[in-house]
Design a protein around this ligand. Structure first.
Ligand code: PHE
Length: 456
């Protein structure tokens, strides 16, 4: 019989451990802060009418995102393996079923699919470093910036090349392992990104349209809210926090025993949400100042920010740095997206980390061509949610992540013994009770309600 973990020798992860609590918080923040905050949040908020969407998103972050994140970390740390093996191990250990491993498998698959299109957009940010540095945006008009973007994504060879370069970079870091490289990158990137967002914010506050931007983001018009936009808000909460697919579970597996899960989660949630709100506040005033459409879609940041930088003193410099930072942010997120799959291959098939990363990286790169072509050659091929890109995005953010999150909170709240979770959360006091109510009732009921109403 499997012994209950508490009491006997604590498990160790095969892949090493974070060197400190700070390192863990930085790594999880690095995974959370990415294209989701700066590229996706503004355009999804724009497409879903602004205010009401933003409010639902914030509610989802607090009452669903936070408990799911805590559950993922505690499960990860208790199992100390890849998400598939951890779910199987804990499922049995808690006297239930090894079949819970399917939650891990769902996450591995979601990570692969998300990265397949994430890498394409990250490739755009790489290209925008070069474009910014070359000065093409200096003094450019809104039309010129938009034309740049359209001709760029229309060229499948070029964006395919950018996708390839980005995947190569991601494979390179993941192959090197969890600690080396990653910590340093994040320690510098998050504060620098925050700083540049504030520069942009100051600029847009002076654009003359700040009031319109704020009103768009924070005046809820519930008439515009459909079940589909509620689902988009829920999906965005999962996506931006990197939860529901085992990325945070995989990171939790490398977390030292004594670190507080509640404190770390709160830090990450606050940092991530602040960056998204800042991005929205920087972008929407520019949208209105330049008569752009908030529902412009995936090109929104690429049409607005270069325009703003183009009109600033020192714009070439700031714009270049901004896209460098955004690429870094995407890079540290890509690592999280690959980690469950890579850790699984390493443990399950006894491959080296490098071999596993190359295999997974190649698979993702290949699938990514569907998204590369969605913006040009295959842009007319639409079904269900739209292009191939739209479908992969919809399936992962709006279905797979919420479903994964639902199963994770059910597991932590109902399958795991109260003692096991209290042990990991180092508490049985009021914070623990609050987590348990959220994980057992609020989050599962909330997710189910939204999924059922929007999908059926
Ligand atoms: N949270 C990342 C972002 O906002 C994306 C991501 C999702 C990363 C899931 C890892 C896991 O860009």
């Amino acid at each position: 019989m499997l012994s209950n973990q508490a009491g006997d020798e604590k498990r160790k992860s095969l892949h090493g451990h974070w060197s400190s609590r700070m390192a863990f918080v930085l790594a999880v923040t690095g995974s959370a802060v990415g294209l989701g905050n700066i590229w996706k949040f503004p355009y999804i908020a724009g497409q879903n009418g602004g205010g009401a969407f933003v409010l639902v998103y914030l509610v989802c972050v607090v009452v669903i995102g936070m408990p799911v994140m805590m559950s993922e970390i505690l499960i990860g740390r208790r199992g100390r393996r890849n998400p598939v093996a951890t779910m199987e191990l804990l499922g049995k250990e808690e006297g239930h079923s090894g079949k819970w491993r399917l939650v891990g498998s769902l996450g591995v698959l979601a990570g692969i699919l998300i990265l397949s299109y994430y890498s394409v957009i990250a490739g755009w940010t790489l290209a925008y470093i070069v474009k910014s540095a070359s000065g093409v945006f200096a003094g450019a008009s809104a039309e010129a910036v938009e034309a740049q973007f359209n001709s760029f994504v229309g060229d499948w060879r070029l964006i395919g090349l950018c996708h390839t370069v980005f995947m190569a970079l991601a494979v390179f870091v993941v192959a090197r392992g969890v600690e080396r490289g990653l910590e340093q990158a994040v320690r510098f990137m998050v504060p620098a990104l925050l700083f540049l967002m504030i520069v942009l914010l100051v600029y847009s506050m002076n654009s003359g349209y700040f009031g319109e931007g704020v009103a768009f983001m924070f005046t809820p018009d519930f008439d515009k809210l459909t079940w589909n936009s509620v689902l988009a808000a829920l999906g965005q909460a999962f996506f931006t926090l990197s939860i529901g697919m085992g990325a945070i579970m995989a990171y939790g597996a490398y977390l030292p025993e004594e670190t507080s899960i509640t404190g770390s989660s709160a830090a990450v949630v606050i940092a991530d949400t602040s960056i998204a709100i800042l991005a929205g506040l920087a972008i929407f005033p520019l949208v209105f100042a330049n008569n752009l459409d908030p529902a412009d879609g995936p090109g929104l940041v690429f049409d607005t920010l270069p325009l703003a930088f183009g009109q600033m003193a020192g714009g070439v410099f700031f714009s270049t740095i901004f896209f460098v930072l955004l690429s870094f942010a995407a890079w540290t997120s890509a690592i999280g997206l690959m980690e469950p799959a890579v850790a699984w291959i390493v443990e399950r098939f006894s491959k080296t980390r490098a071999q596993a990363t190359v295999m997974i990286g190649f698979t993702i790169w290949f699938i990514g061509w569907g998204s590369v072509l969605s913006f040009n050659v295959l842009s007319d091929v639409t079904f269900l949610a739209g292009t191939i890109f739209d479908n992969v995005d919809y399936l992962t953010s709006n279905i797979m992540l919420p479903l994964g999150g639902l199963l994770i909170v059910i597991f932590a709240g109902w399958v795991m013994a109260r003692n096991s979770t209290a042990d990991e959360l180092h508490s049985s006091g009021s914070l623990f009770k609050a987590w348990r109510v959220l994980a057992r009732f609020v989050a599962p009921v909330g997710i189910l309600l939204v999924l059922i109403n929007a999908v059926l």
